[in-house]
Every structure is written in C-alpha cells, then in structure tokens.
Design a protein around this ligand. Structure first.
Ligand code: ZN
Length: 372
C-alpha cells in the first residue's frame, strides 16, 4: 500500500505486513459543538485506511483523543453558563451518535486530556530534564532552539511559522518566550478555569502536550500513522513531534497523514465563517449511508466543496449498488484503488462500473464501510 507522507511530501510505501499491528493516532475533537462535515470527512479517511489494513491482514490500533481542556471549550462553556465538562459530555454523546450512524469503526481508545494529567506532567518533566524546555513566568515553555529539525514537518520558514502561530493561538509575542516559536507546555490557569497541581505550580497543560502524552501512553514511543486535518500540521503536529522526540530521543511518527479542508459556498468550512454543515442535520433528511458515500466521493488530500447535490448523487448511487445484488464484483479493483494513496473516489467509480455491468458489488461496498 502506498500513501502520501506529509514530511517527505511524496507518496511512499506504508508497511502493511499481514499479522503486524499498525498503530494509529488521530487528533480527535474538542467537544464544544456539533460534528460538521469537515470533521466527519477526516475521521472517515482514517476509517477507510483501517478497513483496508485489516483487509490486508493487519491488526490496527487506533487512538483518537478528546481535547476536553481547551481555550475554545472553556470560553464556550463560560458564555453558556455551564460547567465545561457538562458541555463536553453533551457534545461527545452527539459526536458518538454521528460517528456510529456513519458506520465508523469505534476507536480502540478515546483518552481524554483531563484523565491524563499524570502522563502529561511526566512528559513535561522528561522534556525539562532533557534540556528542551525552560521555566519562565508561571509557565513551562518548549525551547525550539534546542530541538533538531523544528519546521521540517510543515516545511515553512520561520516567518511563515510565526505568522501561523499568531493566527492559531500560539501567542508568539508572549514576553516569557525566548523565541517567538517556543510554545507552552504548562501554564497558569486564568481565573475561573480548571487547574491541576504540578511541580511548576497550579495550572493546566498546553494544547500540544496533551496529544503527545496520550499518544506515548497508549501507543508507545513511535507511532506508525499519525493524522488529523491539514490545519494541524503547524503548529500542533510540529510541536507534538518536537516535544515527543525531545523526551524519548526516538522518532515520534513513521507516517504523517493529513486530510484536506472542506469548503462550503466556496469558503473553508469553519465556525468563524459561519458555514458549517452538521452531520446531525444531514442524517435527519438523508440515509446515513448516503451521507457516508457523499463524503467518500472526494479524495482525502484534495480540498473540495460540500454541496447538497453530493447527497442526491450518493442516494442514487446507493440505489444502483443495491440493485446490483450481493457478491464480490469490483473487489480487486477497489483494493487496488485504495492501495494507491487511498483513492476512494476511484474505488466508487470502479464499483459503479461493475454495478452497471451487472456484477454484484456488496463486498466491495463493505470494504468501504458501506452496508448495502
Ligand atoms: Zn492532537
């Protein structure tokens, strides 16, 4: 199987030896809102990857974290006048229902940041003792000047990284930082925010260190596939990589896999643009398998536009496939398409062709997680 690797910027082989275990970590949700189409498309890409790896005879172990301590979550809970963990619980229940409806394989572990404080503190301690972090003000900061190859994952120059850090909550102007790209490992909580005790005072962890600690605790020091949306490459994954490797002295990830952004009305789907399409709304009006098919009909690395038209097409496609009956038509072709950088749209086209030729296609559909 071949798959694009972000750091090498090329399609490379992915080790899928039958009988081996492929350990995957996917950055999960911050539970403060409903699941939108962009989230669902990301998790669906890893779901299809897992299904093909299992089809090849591999075991998969997929960890998807829950970022339940986060600036946005805390701000939303404050604005709503509810406890942040109550907001998280409601959002997670809705997320689970959406993912189950779309037929996603359950994660093997869904660790929460709030349940991993001991792991997080231990990791920060390791980074400090390795000489890759320093204490300043009320916080602990990662020292990027001590890290080898910082910026190699995203491939951006320093000015571009500083600009992105500024836009994505990295606070490059924090006066405690020696370098604008240094990032927080531990920070004092703002008034009213949750706080935990630590050797560095009461406070809470930075965002990036939560994921590193959970990945190391659940999957070990080197992960086979690590992913998330492409907006996580910098700063989140660059920083996760730097601090994990600082702590362990070993490569953090063998294969970075990132999914594209979804547009709606020509603009990237985002809360700030106000153009989110929610899975819960769609599955009120459409069969969940049609929603899944609509999401599969876009390559995971190509930015694409969400339109309701995709659901009309998907519902029609589902009918054609059902009419073709039960059997293994197109299965070899679908496997070949998936092994070529997870070409799901190509796999759908192969099933269409087989169904049109009167071949039964239920097995090929099942490999894509589509129950006919
Ligand atoms: Zn993460």
């Amino acid at each position: 199987m071949r798959l694009y690797e972000t750091q090498q910027r090329s399609v490379v082989p992915l080790d899928a030896t039958p009988g081996s275990t492929v350990r995957m970590y996917v950055c999960g949700i911050t539970p403060y809102d409903a699941t939108h189409v962009g989230h669902a498309a990301t998790f669906l890409a890893y779901d299809v990857l897992q299904r093909r790896l299992q089809d090849l005879g591999c075991r998969t172990r997929c960890v998807r974290n829950i970022t339940d301590v986060d600036d946005d979550l805390l701000a939303r809970a404050r604005a709503m006048g509810v406890h942040y963990l109550d907001l998280a619980a409601d959002s997670l229940a809705a997320f689970d229902a959406d993912m189950a409806a779309l037929g996603l394989l359950p994660a093997d572990a869904e660790p929460r940041a709030t349940s991993a404080m001991a792991d997080i503190r231990r990791l920060i301690g390791r980074v400090l003792s390795s000489g890759h972090a320093y204490r300043a003000g009320d916080g602990v900061y990662f020292d990027v000047s001590a890290a080898r190859g910082f910026g190699e994952l995203c491939g951006l120059d320093v000015a571009a990284m500083v600009e992105l850090a500024r836009r994505r909550g990295g606070r490059p102007d924090d006066p405690n930082k020696r370098n604008p790209l240094d990032f927080v490992l531990w920070q004092r909580s703002a008034p009213g925010e949750p706080e935990w005790s630590s050797a560095w005072g009461l406070g809470r962890p930075g965002w990036h260190v939560e994921c590193s600690a959970l990945a190391l605790a659940h999957l070990g020091e080197t992960i086979d596939v690590h992913g998330g949306g492409s907006d996580l490459v910098f700063p989140h994954h660059e920083c996760s990589r730097a601090q994990s490797e600082a702590a362990t002295g070993r490569p953090f990830v063998r294969h970075w896999m990132h999914t594209s952004m979804v547009r709606h009305g020509g603009v990237k789907m985002s809360k700030s643009a106000g153009n989110l399409a929610f899975v819960a709304d769609l599955r009120q009006r459409w069969e969940p398998m049609a929603v899944r098919l609509a999401l599969l009909d876009a390559h995971y690395r190509a930015d694409w536009d969400w339109t309701e038209r995709r659901l009309v097409d998907a519902a029609r496609r589902l009918e054609r496939w059902r009419a073709a009956g039960r059997g293994d038509g197109a299965l070899a072709r679908v496997r070949e398409r998936l092994d070529d950088d997870l070409d799901a749209p190509g796999a759908l086209a192969a099933i269409d062709a087989a169904a049109d030729a009167g071949e039964p296609v239920s097995d090929a559909a099942a490999l894509l997680g589509v129950a006919l």
